[in-house]
Design a protein around this ligand. Sequence first.
Ligand SMILES: [Fe+2]
Length: 440
Amino acid sequence: MANEAIFTMDTAAIKFGAGATREVGDDVRDLGLRRVMLFTDPVVAQTPAYATAMASLDAAGIDAVPYVEVRVEPTDSSFYAAIAAANDARPDGFVAVGGGSAIDTAKAANLYSTWPADLLTYVNAPIGEGLPVPGPLKPLIAIPTTAGTGSETTGVAIFDLVALSVTSGPGSDDSVVELHTKTGIAHHALRPTLGIVDPLNTLSMPAMVTAASALDVLSHAVESFTALPYHDRLAPESPKMRPAYQGANPISDIWSSRAMEMVAHYLPIVLERPDDVDARGQMMLAATYAGIGFGNAGVHLPHGMSYAVAGMVRDWRPAGYPDDHPIVPHGISVILNAPAVFRFTASANPLRHLEAARLLGAEVAETDPDEAGEVLANRLIEIMRMTGMPNGLSEVGYSESDLDQLVQGTVPQHRVTKLSPRPASAEDLRAIFHDALQYW
Ligand SMILES: [Fe+2]
């Protein structure tokens, strides 16, 4: 199949530098926009990042309509609310200030207010219809306030789809069960017109948010680097149908490799010195680099499994996050699976797994490739312990009895799980989740 895959690379436009947020008003005006919606969540709405963006829009004479109700870890209903607000406000462009949640919510509001459709129309198959976005969207400027998702560089918007299912028990009483599935919309048209990457916006991130978002970056980089190679996939029938995630490829490898080195080097520094602007800037760049890498190559099992881990949360509430609802923050739900996944996938391409371990700072010169999975897993576990991550899925509330449901929640995530370098059956997924219950 080697000659049948065509890889195309999309990169984001990025403006980087301390204080760059001050220029958003001019950037919006240069795009010819007069009225924008400014998306953020209630916590970020209280930060200097939001105030600076709003002041800059005001100074440039832009009519900025604030939308501060973004939900951290958005759901279908929070997307609906944002889309309805965009339909009312009728802006000619969007600005998002926040983590991936604010940026992804703005992407969805832009998409569905520009090309109205049922929510599931553009959602990835098999959960949604997976139809391509029909045409261009309005301009979106993304201003990240975490160094994590890389959402400012990608055409992906993730949310939690909540459905109600009525089950009849053996007796007569029906019970209503809420089913949660993290899913997403992925299309090049969703990628922001410009990302403004300003290290000043991450200075106030709490330690847990810093660590969780950095481990998301780390996993983006390692997953995209170890994903199924692009030339092992078939070209789509038409370029319009080409998925955003195309498999590991030589260009993404460069971005992902560098991101791994940067996170390994700068994460301990920002945890020790949260107001080190240079180190914060390097972490943001790492997130952006990994975003460009995985936004083209894709992620695989740690992310595919994370959606079940995050979606089935019962009552875990970590420090540093809004405490109005239980949450396993995205970066944590991803990294908890990662060591167990790489133990499983390493046999498919041991040298790549070994190289990832080396880029993360492991000593690999004498390592037998057969041990690549263990070496990479051990290095990740070291980093997790250093950053105060929970000790496996058990610490966030899961046990042996949840494994089947975690597998059920993962099986529909074909969009990403099919990029695993080693195919994982339901039985394999169960074994990986079991391995991820506890690491030390
Ligand atoms: Fe992620």
